[in-house]
Design a protein around this ligand. Structure first.
Ligand SMILES: Cc1cc2nc3c(=O)[nH]c(=O)nc-3n(C[C@H](O)[C@H](O)[C@H](O)COP(=O)(O)OP(=O)(O)OC[C@H]3O[C@@H](n4cnc5c(N)ncnc54)[C@H](O)[C@@H]3O)c2cc1C
Length: 407
C-alpha cells in the first residue's frame, strides 16, 4: 500500500510519524512546498524573532527520522493537481499513484484588500520561516511597527517587537482585540499587558487605509488619525489552502470538508490540520492550533489503517506574550456564563452553557489548566460556585466533581 501526504507542516509530519509508529510498512511519500523538513511554527512569532540572529527552525521530528523510517520526503515540491478517480497526484510533468492520500496543506495568511500597497516591500505577513526571517531583518530598535489585526499572531508579534525595542502599535477594527477567539475578560488582560509595556493598542479602529506607494509610510484611520510606520504587518487571519481539493471536486465548507473520521468526500482521500473543516458540536469548524494538527492527523493515520475512530477533540491552544502564558481549552462563545478563579500564580475564566462547562481560559497557571482540560475532556462540569471559591483547591474541585457525576 502507498500513502501520499501533501503538506510538510505539523499535520503532515504527525500523520507520517503515527503511521510508522503503528507499524505501517508500506510506501510513504510526503510532498512539501518548503525547503526545510517540517518545523514548528509557534516560535516564529516568539523566540525566533526575539533572538539577535534568526537561528534555525525547531524541527517537528528528529533529522534522522525520515531516512530511518524510509519516508520519501520531497522538499520544495509543489503538488499541482489531484485525480481522485485515477488515484494519482500531479507533480510537474509526473504522476504519482496513491492508495490513500492525506491533504495537510495548512493555511495561508489572509491578505489586506488594498491593491495599491500589495507589493510594498515593508508590508509583511507571518506564516512560514521565510516570512519570519524577512521580518527578523527589519526588527531594529526605535523603528515603528504597526500591526494590523489584534488576533493571537498579531498580539504575539507586537509583544516580541516591543521586547526588541520597537515602537509598536496594534490596530484592531473590532471593539476589542481577540474578539473572535477570546472572552472579553481575557482580551482585557492581554490589552492591559501590552499597554503597560508601551504598546499602543487601538481598538474599535473601524475602516482604515494604508498610505504610501512603493513603501507604506503609515496607516490612516477613519477618524483622521495618522499612524506613521516603518514596518507594517498584516495579521488578519488565515485562509485554508483548499485550491487542490477544489479543483479535484472535493466538498468544501469553510475548508476541506471531512467527516468525523477525517475522510473527505472521496473515500481514500483524507484531510487534517488547518485545512480540514469538521463538525464539532453541531457546526462545521476549522481549528488552527498545533494540538489539533497533531490529534487530527494521528486519528487520520489510525483510520487509514482501519481503526474507525471518530475525532472528538477538546480544542486546545496556547499563546505566549511578554512573560505571560495563556492556555485555552474548549471554544468560548459570547452567550456563555463566565466565572473567575484566582490562584497564587494566575487567573482563570471558566465558561458555561447552562450547567455545562464548555471552555476555560487560563493565565499563568498551568496546574489549573491541566485540571480544567481534564474535566472538559471527560465532559465533567464543576459547579461555578465550586470553581470560584477561593477556599477550594484543585484536588477538592476534581474530587467533588467526580463524586457529583457518579451520584
Ligand atoms: C507565526 C505562527 C504562530 C503560531 N503560534 C501558535 C501557538 O502559539 N499555539 C498554537 O497552538 N498554534 C499556533 N500556530 C498555529 C499552528 O502553527 C498551526 O495551526 C499548525 O502549524 C497547522 O499545521 P498544518 O500542518 O495543518 O499546516 P501548516 O503548518 O501550515 O503546513 C502546511 C504545509 O503544506 C504545504 N503545502 C501547501 N500546499 C502544498 C502543495 N500543493 N504542495 C506541497 N506542499 C504544500 C505548505 O507549504 C506548508 O508547509 C501558529 C501559527 C503561526 C503561523
Amino acid at each position: 500500500m502507498r500513502i501520499v501526504v501533501i503538506g510538510g507542516g505539523q499535520a503532515g509530519a504527525s500523520v507520517v510519524s503515527k503511521l510508522r509508529g503503528l507499524g505501517f510498512e508500506g510506501d510513504i511519500l510526503l510532498f512539501s512546498g518548503e525547503n526545510e523538513p517540517p518545523y514548528e511554527r509557534p516560535p516564529l512569532s516568539k523566540k525566533h524573532l526575539l533572538q539577535e540572529a534568526p537561528g534555525t527552525p525547531v524541527p517537528v521530528l528528529p533529522a534522522e527520522f525520515w531516512q530511518e523510517n524510509h519516508v520519501d520526503l520531497r522538499l520544495e515540491t509543489i503538488v499541482d493537481g489531484i485525480d481522485p478517480k485515477g488515484c494519482s497526484i500531479r507533480v510537474g510533468p509526473d504522476r504519482v499513484q496513491f492508495d490513500h492520500l492525506v491533504l495537510a496543506t495548512g493555511s495561508s495568511a489572509r491578505r489586506l484588500p488594498f491593491e495599491d500597497t500589495r507589493h510594498c516591500k515593508n508590508l509583511f505577513h507571518l506564516r512560514n520561516l521565510t516570512d519570519a526571517n524577512n521580518l527578523h531583518a527589519q526588527l531594529e530598535p526605535g523603528k515603528a511597527m504597526v500591526l494590523i489585526g489584534g488576533g493571537y499572531i498579531g498580539m504575539e508579534l507586537a509583544a516580541t517587537a516591543r521586547m526588541r525595542g520597537l515602537k509598536t502599535t496594534v490596530i484592531e477594527r473590532e471593539e476589542r482585540i481577540l474578539k473572535r477567539v477570546a472572552s472579553p475578560e481575557l482580551s482585557g488582560h492581554i490589552a492591559d499587558w501590552h499597554r503597560e509595556q508601551g504598546v499602543s493598542v487601538i481598538e474599535a479602529a473601524g475602516p482604515f487605509r494604508l498610505s504610501g506607494k512603493t513603501v507604506v509610510d503609515g496607516v490612516q484611520l477613519g477618524n483622521g488619525t495618522g499612524i506613521p510606520a516603518d514596518i507594517i504587518v498584516a495579521g488578519i487571519g488565515a485562509v485554508p489552502n483548499t485550491e487542490l481539493a477544489q479543483v479535484a471536486g472535493l466538498s468544501l465548507d469553510n475548508g476541506i470538508a471531512v467527516d468525523s473520521f477525517g475522510r473527505t468526500s472521496e473515500p481514500n482521500i483524507w484531510a487534517a490540520g488547518d485545512c480540514a473543516a469538521f463538525v464539532f458540536e453541531g457546526r462545521r469548524i476549522r481549528l488552527e492550533s498545533v494540538q489539533n494538527a497533531i490529534d487530527q492527523a494521528e486519528t487520520v493515520a489510525e483510520n487509514i489503517l482501519g481503526a474507525n475512530r471518530e475525532y472528538t477533540p477538546t480544542p486546545t491552544f496556547w499563546s505566549e506574550q511578554f512573560d505571560h502564558l495563556v492556555q485555552i481549552a474548549g471554544l468560548y462563545e459570547p452567550d456563555m456564563i463566565s466565572v473567575c478563579r484566582k490562584s497564587a500564580s494566575g487567573i482563570s475564566y471558566w465558561h458555561y452553557k447552562g450547567d455545562m462547562l464548555k471552555a476555560v481560559e487560563v493565565v499563568d497557571d498551568p496546574k489549573t489548566f491541566s485540571v480544567a482540560r481534564r474535566l472538559l475532556s471527560d465532559g465533567k462540569s464543576p459547579s461555578p460556585e465550586l470553581v470560584s471559591s477561593a477556599e477550594r483547591n484543585l484536588k477538592e474541585i476534581l474530587k467533588a466533581t467526580r463524586k457529583a457525576a457518579a451520584a
